[in-house]
Design a binder for this molecule. Structure first.
Ligand SMILES: Cc1ncc(COP(=O)(O)O)c(C=O)c1O
Length: 363
């Protein structure tokens, strides 16, 4: 019999306070729309999953093909690099430096190539060799770090500091390093605006629940900013993390930003040990609940989504796994305000092509 430790679930004890945080500028959407290869990714309705979860309608945002890459991350990297370079003299190329669990590094490397810049990407130990090869295939210099994601971030920051003409493009913030990650979070806003338009076109109401896969929490920060309680937009927000790397869940339980040890997981993009310092106050005040899921749970979700025609890598499928775990008891349903007519949106943040760990689906 499977026993679930309490640290796999957290629900805020009190209704959340509306988040008074400026929404992302309209210029972000205009910028993305101007990029060659931009088109909104699909929002797919899943009636079978709605029946299973006993809710009204379920939609999945399918990020398996975003700006020519198999994950959502290029939305943030493209806008942040555009903003950062617009402040510099770019007559000589700069080196864009970053650390990654996979997808962000590939997005930075791709942008560097398109813009005629250099890229140096530090990959952490858990990154699949094929994912590292994909980054090198974009023309980036790749350095493997023999340690977890947090170590790779420290290495990248040190090297960027010591290198002339380097620009650190990191998707997590710490005290003193906030501007670039702030732009990355702004970049993610396009995904949520697309969902608004697509739900309206489908005749669906505003979502009652949005499930977000979480690594350092920057994407969840963008979700809180978008749905943060302004009139008519107060959706419940569920953060989903791997059991092996639940730094936001642990921080929510303790009420303070904590670093946690990370382990092995197929959800490579979520294998992070420290919440972003910029994201944390918004996550603390703006998330409705957090849940941690196992690799087996996401593998099952990934197979079920594939059967419904949606390519979803382990990080992307975590959303469905998380909602399944969250509808299991009446207490959890109530914490999320789920009712039989509720509309649920799952963010599937990567396709199977983004994360070679999906091979585990077959086992
Ligand atoms: C596919 C995928 N989903 C979700 C995330 C989580 O984003 P964040 O680290 O902003 O929480 C990542 C991060 O790299 C990712 O690659």
């Amino acid at each position: 019999m499977f026993e679930e430790p309490s640290a796999r679930w957290y629900a805020r004890p009190a209704p959340r306070t509306p988040i008074a945080h400026p929404s992302a500028p309209a210029a972000v959407r205009e910028f993305h729309a101007s990029l060659s290869g931009y088109s909104p990714t699909r929002l797919v309705e899943l009636p079978d999953i709605a029946r299973e979860l006993n809710v009204g309608r379920v939609f999945v945002k399918d990020e398996s093909a975003r700006l020519g890459l198999p994950a959502f991350k290029a939305l943030g990297a493209s806008w942040a690099i555009h903003r950062a370079l617009s402040e510099r003299d770019t007559s000589t190329p700069v080196t864009l430096v970053t650390a990654t669990d996979g997808n962000h590094g590939r997005a930075v490397a791709r942008m560097a190539r398109l813009l005629g810049q250099h890229a140096h990407v530090f990959v952490s130990a858990g990154v699949h060799p094929a994912a590292a090869d994909a980054i090198a295939g974009e023309g980036a210099r790749v350095t493997r770090v023999d340690g977890p994601y947090d170590d790779a971030v420290r290495r990248a920051a040190t090297v960027a500091d010591e290198t002339a003409d380097a620009l650190l493009v990191q998707d997590t913030a710490w005290p003193g390093y906030e501007r670039v990650p702030g732009w990355i979070v702004e970049g993610y806003s396009t995904l949520f605006h697309e969902i608004d338009d697509q739900l309206a076109a489908a005749g669906a109401p505003h979502p009652d629940l949005v499930a977000v896969p979480v690594g350092v929490g920057s994407l969840a920060q963008a979700a809180v900013t978008h749905y943060g309680g302004s009139a008519g937009r107060d959706s419940a927000l569920l953060a989903v993390e791997p059991v092996a790397a639940a730094c936001v869940l642990s921080s929510l339980v303790r009420g303070e930003r904590l670093s946690t040890a990370t382990g092995r997981t197929t959800m490579a993009g979520l294998n992070c040990g420290t919440p972003s310092a910029l994201a944390w106050p918004l996550l603390r005040d703006g998330l409705t609940a957090g849940v941690a899921v196992t690799d087996e749970q996401t593998a099952r979700a990934g197979r079920d989504l594939a059967a419904l025609g949606v390519s979803s890598g382990p990080c992307g499928a975590a959303s469905l796994a998380g909602v399944r775990a969250a509808v299991r008891t009446e207490d959890r349903r109530a914490a999320l305000g789920l009712h039989p007519d509720a509309t649920v949106v799952l963010l599937s943040t990567e396709g199977t092509a983004a994360n070679p760990h999906h091979e585990a689906y077959e086992q």
